[in-house]
Design a protein. Structure first.
Length: 365
């Protein structure tokens, strides 16, 4: 499939209004997203009736976390002409698949390699926050960019799968976030807030401390690594599992995280199950780190240096920039998108299918 760019949808107003606008504008993609994940749920033995029942169990927790998000989800369903629980299922697809220990048998891991270059290490003195998102090849047709102007709070710009509220993005307060797959042995033992909504909560924050607090205070079902940055020169990688949060900060002006636990505290306390499905994470993380450190030794880093590191093809198809390959159960995975954000300028550039071509489209607030 040849995708040149992801569509941009502008939504504004209160939560219900934003949801309706999103559901109407992206209805076709939301329908495709539902069909894609309905098939994924059914492959692991979850009928759509059962999936909807599980989604309904998440709704009280979503409302307790942020009632506005539930109103927005209900609006998306109304706009797209589907029940609200269908939209909850999309936002909780990782929890509903990974948490039940089912996904590994049939689906590729939700990978990623995240990078931050601090202002002190950047040639133009501005923080760079980037990511390769590795997932199902079909997600190329599901990607959307939302430019959100709420009645209250910061404006937001987020890349997401159609029907979900956030994946990677930034806001008008200079806060940005990306998320990477990691897996611990205690995943799925408790119900928690879907990761897509935690990321959206980060983007709804005006203060950096509040953005970090969204992660640290939220009940979680499954593990995830979230890199949260601020345009004025702050960055932290939070390795989360259902009951704990571990943190890592940049070294030498560079922060890299792929798909395994790295912090000493996490390695001492958590049984890391990530490498069972993403052993390539070990060399992806090291190779990107080494490439940037070598470039840094020769001078200050540029956005192009970051993008070059994220194009590394060693170990193909299980490379930093992953070309399509069949995973467990025959599902095909690849680097769906390269995302690079400039939080100071409130803009992001996204290249779909970077394994084919580096064709970036710029989106801004």
């Amino acid at each position: 499939m040849d995708i040149e760019s992801f569509p941009l949808y502008d939504i504004e107003g209160d939560a219900q209004q934003r949801g309706r606008q999103y559901g109407r504008a992206a209805g076709d993609r939301i329908d495709l997203s539902l069909r894609t994940y309905r098939a994924a749920f059914e492959r692991v033995g979850l009928s759509w009736e059962r999936t909807r029942a599980l989604a309904r169990r998440f709704m009280p927790m979503v409302e307790a976390f942020d009632a506005g998000m539930l109103r927005e989800i209900e609006g998306v369903g109304e706009g797209a002409g589907v029940p609200a629980e269908d939209i909850v299922a999309l936002n909780a697809r990782s929890e509903m698949l990974y948490a039940f220990q089912q996904l590994e048998a049939t689906e590729p891991p939700d990978g990623c390699t995240g990078v931050v270059v601090m202002p002190s290490a950047a040639r133009d003195g501005k923080l760079i926050h980037a990511q390769n998102w590795d997932w199902r090849v079909e997600s190329l047709e599901l990607g959307v960019v939302l430019r959100i102007q709420p009645d209250e709070g910061p404006a937001m710009l987020t890349f997401a799968e159609a029907g979900t509220l956030a994946r990677a993005g930034l806001n008008s307060a200079g806060i940005a976030v990306t998320g990477n797959f990691i897996k611990a042995d205690n995943d799925g033992k408790q119900q928690g807030v879907p990761l897509a909504l935690i990321r959206r909560g980060i983007l709804q924050s005006t203060l950096y401390a509040n953005a970090l607090g969204v992660v640290c205070r939220s009940a979680r079902s499954i593990s995830n690594n979230m890199i949260i940055t601020h345009a004025e020169g702050e960055a932290v990688s939070l390795e989360t599992c259902p009951e704990q949060v571990f943190w890592q900060q940049p070294e030498g002006g560079i922060l890299v995280h792929a798909n395994h636990f790295k912090t000493p505290a996490a390695l001492a306390r958590v049984v890391d199950r990530s490498l069972e499905t993403t052993p390539d994470s070990l060399y992806r993380d090291r190779r990107v780190t080494e490439a940037l450190r070598n470039r840094r030794a020769a001078g200050l880093l540029t956005e192009q240096d970051v993008l070059d590191a994220l194009q590394d093809r060693f170990g193909a198809p299980r490379a930093v920039c992953r070309s399509p390959s069949a995973g467990p159960g025959g599902a095909s995975s690849a680097t769906v998108a390269t995302i690079v954000m400039d939080p100071a300028a409130r803009k992001m550039r996204i290249a779909p299918a970077p394994f084919k071509a580096h064709r970036f489209t710029e989106y801004s607030l």
